[in-house]
Design a binder for this molecule. Structure first.
Ligand SMILES: [Ca+2]
Length: 72
């Protein structure tokens, strides 16, 4: 919850940076394509944990149980 105050700003930042990261080959949205839908899926699940309503395990690229700015 410590990211709550700058959530919107972080999302904008993530949208830019995750596009580069995801473009390297992570199909987060599950449509077998690596396109704009993938960073969008990460952005939707940003700052979530498995108990969150917006949790998306596919967006947890490094499988550490949270979707954050560190390798999603
Ligand atoms: Ca993660």
């Amino acid at each position: 919850m410590r990211h709550q105050d700058n959530h919107c700003t972080s999302l904008e930042w993530l949208a830019e940076t995750s596009f580069t990261t995801v473009s390297l080959g992570a199909d987060v949205s599950g449509d077998r394509k690596v396109d704009a839908a993938d960073p969008a899926a990460v952005a939707t699940a940003f700052n979530s944990v498995p108990d969150s309503l917006n949790w998306n395990p596919a967006a947890d690229l490094n499988n550490d149980g949270q979707v954050d700015i560190f390798a999603a």
